[in-house]
Design a binder for this molecule. Structure first.
Ligand code: SAM
Length: 302
């Protein structure tokens, strides 16, 4: 394994995507986050604590998940009482476990699951959780899906400011009709508004990655529009974008092999032109497609 001069052995660990942020960029990121003394933060991958320490100095509470146990002990040694370092894989955390880690909040949001827009409106005193992370690039997309899953499972996430490989950021913020628009833009964009804040050169990290990076802000909101069956929506989106060079009708035919009469009926119900390519459809149109699919499938089963 290659070692970086100046980093404690045996770091960095490639398998954990360890590229540590240089101090000059920490302040720029924190300015973009603008943490407040009343706010609670969830940090993913604190590493050597480059962000964690200045964040904890400005925030009311920080809970940070780190998978590398050797880093965890060093982080814990220097942690103030309002900083909790959790050793573990963030991808494995459940809404319940996160709730336990974050309880102690005055609003008592932990008692209400699933977290709903109504519950939010009924209890404006509840502290929403803000997320920050220089994400390990090898699992950045799964972490974004995990955040959406936690939000949908009742964790009151307000926003997430995350550092990503620039190529992933491009796919995340892509608009319909563009080459980069796809599964990530649709499935994350359905539950969060997305804004790219700034880009970073490889030299912003140690060791230097081969790629550029970008900081993206996600602001979570209730799915808009909400599909009748979220699992069907996810499956349809994944299926048609893996066949993105086909027309929608042909992509659906390939997905529903052997059920030819089904597809025209489906497109009629969804009021969509099957000659268009998958990447031209907006999130709202794809939800309509999934809802038609769910109702036609139900009818076919009955
Ligand atoms: N925040 C630090 C910084 O900016 O210098 C480190 C960022 S580094 C890109 C990513 C960090 O995430 C590493 O410390 C790595 O060990 C940790 N990590 C990788 N996979 C993880 C996972 N599944 N759950 C929690 N932490 C993870």
């Amino acid at each position: 394994m290659s070692r970086e001069k100046g980093l404690p052995s045996p770091f960095p660990r490639k398998r954990f995507g360890q590229h540590f942020l240089e101090p000059a960029w920490v302040e720029k990121l924190l300015r973009a986050v603008a943490p407040g003394p009343e706010q609670t933060f969830l940090e993913i991958g604190p590493g050597l604590g480059a962000l964690t320490r200045p964040l904890a100095a400005r925030a009311g509470r920080v809970v940070a998940f780190e998978i590398d146990r050797d880093l965890v002990s060093a982080l814990r040694d220097a942690a103030p009482s309002h900083l909790t370092i959790v050793e573990g894989d963030f991808l494995q955390v459940t809404a319940e476990r996160l709730r336990d880690l974050l309880t102690g909040d005055a609003g008592g949001w932990a008692e209400r699951a699933p977290f709903s827009a109504r519950a939010r409106a009924e209890d404006p005193t509840r502290t929403p959780i803000r997320v920050v992370g220089n994400l390990p690039y090898n699992v950045a997309s799964p972490i974004l899906f995990k955040l959406v899953e936690l939000y949908s499972g009742g964790v009151p996430l307000a926003d997430a400011t995350v550092m990503l490989q620039r190529e992933v950021a491009d796919r995340l913020v892509a608009s319909p009709g563009t080459r980069k628009y796809g599964v990530l833009s649709v499935l994350i964009g359905q539950t969060a508004s997305l804004h790219r804040l700034f880009t970073l050169p490889p030299g912003a990290f140690r060791p230097m990655p081969k790629v550029h990076s970008a900081v993206v802000r996600l602001r979570f909101h209730a799915p808009a529009p909400a599909p009748t069956d979220p699992a069907v929506f996810r499956a349809i989106v994944q299926a048609i974008f893996t066949r993105r060079r086909k027309t929608l009708a042909n992509a659906l035919l390939a997905y529903e092999a052997g059920r030819e009469p089904f597809v025209p009926d489906l497109l009629r119900r969804a009021d969509l032109d099957g000659r268009r390519r998958p990447e031209t459809f907006t999130i709202a149109e794809l939800v309509r497609l999934a809802d038609a699919f769910a109702s036609v499938s139900r009818r076919a089963v009955l």
